[in-house]
Every structure is written in structure tokens, then in C-alpha cells.
Ligand binder design. Structure first.
Ligand code: ZN
Length: 133
């Protein structure tokens, strides 16, 4: 498996509008686009930084994964996403190594990327997303 770079860091916020103010007003980042991923019950706001992005995540349903995350741990870094060259190969390799996965097969995430999550029990508590774009 070839990890190319950190694609984005996902931050769970109660509101993209409120949460984004700091990154826009104080750090000078630009909110590129807001997109809803119904499947994940989440609205995402992307702030590009050269080859990486911050992804602010706002839940659109009280039972969504981001709402649950905020309920139990508060706002904050929710996941880290690594860009891989080939997500099918990466998942195959991880399965062969006995790594527990949340997604056995890639699914479509924000921006049409093919994504899959590794189980946080494998990664010392960090939710890791693999993505191919
Ligand atoms: Zn993500």
C-alpha cells in the first residue's frame, strides 16, 4: 500500500458556520465548498491547505456518527484521512494483515472520493480514513 500524503483532517463541529469562523477569520483559510453526505448524515465544509484540507463535519441528524462523537467526546479532531494510490489494493492488503476495518469495501464520500475507515481499535483510538481521488 502506498500512502501519498495526509489528504485531510476531519474536525467534528456543532456548526460549520460557527466552527469555520476561527479558520476563516483568524487563520485566513477559505471555505471552498459545503457538501452533504446523506449516507453519513453529515454536512462537510472543506478548507484547502496546499495538498491537504481541513474538513469540518456537522451532523444533520441526532443519531449520525458525528452527533454521537460530539455527544461523547465534544467537538474536536474526529478522523485523519490518508490519500492512497489504490484503495482496493490497500483494503485487500489490510485484510490480509488481519486489520479490522469499518468498511470492507470502499464507499463514496465527499467530493466523490472513494473512502474506507479502519477500525479505531487498530489505530490507538484514531479513526483513520483511507481515500482515493
Ligand atoms: Zn474525511
Amino acid at each position: 500500500m502506498k500512502i501519498k500524503h495526509i489528504d485531510h483532517i476531519g474536525i467534528a463541529v456543532k456548526s460549520i458556520e460557527e466552527g469555520g469562523k476561527f479558520f476563516i477569520d483568524k487563520l485566513g483559510l477559505k471555505l471552498e465548498k459545503i457538501e452533504t453526505v446523506e449516507d453519513q448524515k453529515v454536512k462537510t465544509g472543506f478548507f484547502p491547505i496546499t495538498d491537504s484540507e481541513l474538513e469540518l463535519l456537522e451532523s444533520i441528524a441526532p443519531d449520525g456518527p458525528v452527533a454521537k462523537y460530539i455527544d461523547s467526546r465534544g467537538e474536536g479532531v474526529q478522523h485523519i484521512a490518508f490519500r492512497v494510490e489504490n484503495i482496493d489494493e490497500a483494503l485487500k492488503e489490510l485484510k490480509e494483515k488481519g486489520v479490522r476495518l469499518i468498511d470492507q469495501e470502499p464507499r463514496i464520500g465527499a467530493g466523490g472520493a472513494r473512502i474506507a475507515f479502519i477500525h479505531p481499535k487498530e489505530t490507538h483510538g484514531v479513526l483513520v480514513e483511507l481515500c482515493e481521488k
